[in-house]
Design a binder for this molecule. Structure first.
Ligand SMILES: Cc1cc2nc3c(=O)[nH]c(=O)nc-3n(C[C@H](O)[C@H](O)[C@H](O)COP(=O)(O)OP(=O)(O)OC[C@H]3O[C@@H](n4cnc5c(N)ncnc54)[C@H](O)[C@@H]3O)c2cc1C
Length: 377
């Protein structure tokens, strides 16, 4: 019987891993499981929330011939029997999916945020937000974006640029973009000013009745509050008994193999490599792509009796879109700290757009033996 490889999650990480494995392993049975039939360009969800229509790409068109796509929701992994239990509908209970090797790439969802706020982490979140934004455009209303990280900055600028009639307020307990250099932060402030984005510094106590209440008593009125307050991971790994870190990401070694279950690999937002230098990893596409390419190569190498090389990459920059016409590209050192080198303006916007397109292209064409990219997204 051929080796059965099941990949859970058809995002950047899962599709890259599936294609890499299918390219390297003739004769393996590769099955990709995803909760929807289409690939979601998650790094563009702030564009969707602002009202942009994005092309929907069927997963079957992104994966190599020979990769079987199963549309279903992974509910649990039976690590003893080596099978994935899929959630059934009201009446049906789908048959479990047996595997010899499992690749876990279920990504992330929104971290718990204030009640009554809409998150911006999944396609469903973005579609919900888009409909409410459309109403607010008609009403000349206000959107409050909570969070001064990458997602909050990209969402606020996208909304303000696309909808000048909507008032956009960014609520953050830190200076927006705290990881950026002074130069990049200065650019950010100028862009916010130019787009009319108001920044309210403070921590959110709660969101209710169309208002964001801050812990110091101030109230920021808003017809929609978008919570961009970080990501959490699905509980499937922890609930199934895999070794996970304090936030539920699967602990993996340098070859992306689970430290507790050697027939399980994990990649993307849902995995955390345990490297001797204790280096932190961003939950980012920039991490997911090299991880998945390395995992695919490691699986193929092990099955062929070769010693895998493992994950080798470094961040070179971080790209932030500030609407469609502006951006910040922050160069970073090997430890991910910002350099003084910063690219801004329209050139930065074009650069980021190229990188975002390149990320989707790479998932479909990760190459057989090409070195993993020095990723930039
Ligand atoms: C608005 C926004 C902007 C971003 N911008 C950037 C950026 O500029 N640069 C950057 O590097 N990163 C960015 N990110 C982060 C980036 O999108 C993630 O790090 C990346 O998508 C991780 O890839 P992944 O494959 O691990 O997870 P995902 O892309 O989330 O893919 C996971 C897949 O698993 C599926 N899934 C989940 N649970 C189940 C289940 N139980 N059963 C079946 N299928 C399931 C999901 O539907 C999805 O298809 C951004 C994120 C957001 C939300």
């Amino acid at each position: 019987m051929s080796h059965r490889i099941v990949i859970l999650g058809g995002g950047y990480a899962g599709v890259t891993a599936a294609n890499r494995i299918a390219r390297r392993l003739d004769g393996a049975e590769v099955t990709l499981v995803n909760e929807r039939a289409t690939f979601v360009e998650r790094v563009r969800l702030h564009q969707v929330a602002a009202g942009e229509s994005l092309a929907s790409r069927p997963l079957r068109e992104l994966v190599r011939p020979g990769v079987d796509v199963v549309v279903g929701r992974a509910g649990r992994i039976d690590l003893e029997r080596r099978q994935v239990v899929l959630d059934g509908g009201a009446e049906s209970e789908p048959a479990p999916l047996p595997y010899d090797t499992l690749v876990y790439a279920l990504g992330s969802v929104a971290a718990p945020g204030p009640d009554d706020a809409v998150a911006l982490a999944t396609a469903d979140d973005a579609w919900w937000a888009r409909d409410r934004v459309a109403e607010l455009v008609a009403e000349h209303g206000t959107v409050a974006v909570v969070g001064g990280g990458l997602t909050g900055i990209e969402a606020a600028t996208e909304l303000a640029e696309r909808h000048p009639a909507v008032r956009v307020r960014l609520v953050s307990d830190v200076e927006p973009g705290p990881w950026l250099s002074h130069r990049a932060q200065g650019h950010l402030r100028r862009v916010f000013h130019g787009l009319g984005i108001e920044v309210a510094g403070g921590s959110v106590a709660d969101v209710r009745d169309g208002s964001v209440r801050l812990t110091d008593g101030r109230v920021v009125g808003a017809g929609l509050t978008l919570a961009c307050t970080g990501f959490a991971v699905p509980a499937v790994a922890r609930d199934s008994g895999l070794a996970v870190d304090e936030v539920g990401r699967i602990r993996v070694d340098r070859t992306l193999r689970s430290v507790s279950h050697p027939d399980v690999y994990a990649v993307g937002d849902a995995a955390v490599p345990q490297l001797p230098n204790g280096r932190p990893f961003r939950m980012a596409c920039a991490t997911a792509l090299p991880m998945s390419a390395a995992a695919g190569a490691a699986i193929a190498d092990r099955l062929a009796g070769r010693r895998p090389t493992g994950l080798r990459f470094r961040y070179v920059n971080q790209c932030v879109s500030l609407g469609r016409r502006n951006g910040v590209i922050q160069a970073v050192a090997a430890d991910d700290h910002p350099h003084r080198i910063v690219l801004t303006g329209a050139v930065a916007a074009r650069y980021k757009e190229t990188v975002v397109r390149g990320a989707t292209w790479f998932t479909a064409h990760p190459g057989p033996n090409r070195p993993v990219p020095r990723t930039r997204v």
